[in-house]
Design a protein. Structure first.
Length: 371
């Protein structure tokens, strides 16, 4: 009898959830009985159905809502899954309440190392809830953060990276951003793609730009929402960086722009895991230059497939930029090695294999508990 799994997640946005969706498409083709509860929109829906997955057009939109909890419980009882896999905050809050006292194994996903503090009361309705059997961490850094809190059985934690296929990125052709902005082909073009939040550490990157000698042939692109906030603009104007830094804001073609760049810089100071934007850059052979915060430091081998620098250290960022600017051949080599590292160490097939093994172990535990 095939293993039955009920998944609750948000698949409306195609690209950010491609790796996650692929897990269940492949497991279904391997013989799993997969049921996915999600919003009834997005490209993945057709792919799920083609793979024989039962799609339930529903996703909780409120926190701890009685009607939503009742619906999830009714569906769970009807499907009678071996495993319920919950991916985001609303699915976790409602899903746990819905499956309490049912004979199912409960698996949660955690992709960020931030906001898992033991003193947060909502955590006891989510990750620290006693009915949770397993927490899948997207990086060792996330797993270590749970362990640091000291409120969870280590046996409940497992690290399974959300893998990729480098082939997914062959369609993203370089956008002629250099021509558009009149940037020379010889200029070392840096890029940061993110929603500007404090944890992203953009001021440290801008301060590093101020430390570069004026003759350094380097240009930085900032892509994403709120990059032109007061703190960033103050640094840019004070140090006359308007000729060295271009804020592009939110762009739907961010990956095409990234494919035109030499270096992806991630100066994050906390809270990340293995950042998808960095993996995307690596797949595009764009050299990653990243801070050493938990999770992200696992992405690259320093000096082999990118450069890792101490977080909150603009001098270290500056020094790394100067090394790459001085040795373009090395920079190109790092980019090629970065792509190979994703292909070998962060491949989606490994994610699927590890998830398959986890599910089989959980079902075995369930059977043993019954007997």
């Amino acid at each position: 009898m095939s293993i039955r799994v009920l998944v609750i997640s948000n698949y409306r946005n195609y690209h950010p959830t491609r790796g996650e969706a692929e897990i269940f498409i492949q497991l279904s083709r391997m013989g799993y009985n997969i049921h996915i509860m999600t919003f009834d929109e997005g490209k993945h829906i057709a792919h799920f159905k083609d793979a024989g997955i039962h799609v339930i057009p529903f996703h909780p939109v409120k926190r701890m809502d009685r009607k939503e909890i009742r619906f999830i419980r009714e569906q769970t009882i009807s499907i009678n899954p071996d495993i319920v896999y919950l991916f985001n905050s609303r699915s976790i809050l409602n899903g746990i309440q819905a499956v309490k006292n049912l004979d199912v194994k409960v698996v949660l996903y955690r992709g960020l190392s931030a906001n898992v503090e033991w003193y947060d009361p909502t955590m006891y309705l989510k990750f620290y809830h006693p009915c949770v059997d397993k927490i899948v961490c997207n990086s060792i850094g996330v797993e270590k953060e749970f362990l640091r809190q000291g409120k969870i059985d280590p046996a409940k934690l497992i690290t399974i990276n959300k893998g990729h296929r480098v082939e997914w990125y062959t369609a993203y052709k370089p956008y002629p951003i250099r021509d558009e902005l009149s940037i020379s082909k010889s200029t070392l073009l840096l890029i940061n793609v993110a929603v500007n939040r404090k944890m992203k550490g953009i001021p440290y990157l801008l301060k590093a730009m101020t430390l570069l000698p004026r003759e350094t042939d380097v240009h930085l692109l900032l892509v994403g929402s709120d990059m032109d906030d007061a703190a960033n603009m103050k640094i840019i104007r004070k140090h006359h960086l308007l000729d060295k830094v271009t804020i592009l804001g939110y762009r739907k073609d961010a990956l095409n722009i990234m494919a035109s760049c030499d270096v992806k810089v991630l100066p994050s100071i906390s809270g990340e895991s293995i950042t998808k934007a960095v993996i995307e850059a690596m797949c595009l052979e764009v050299t990653p230059l990243i801070s050493d915060i938990p999770g992200n430091e696992e992405l690259v081998e320093d000096g082999q497939s990118g450069i890792v620098f101490p977080s909150k250290n603009e001098v270290a960022i500056k020094d790394a930029i100067l090394k790459l600017e001085a040795d373009r051949k090395w920079c190109t080599e790092l980019g090629k090695n970065a792509k190979q590292r994703v292909a070998v160490h962060l491949h989606i097939d490994q994610t699927i294999e590890q998830t398959d093994q986890l599910f089989k172990e959980l079902v075995s535990e369930r059977k043993n508990a019954r007997s």
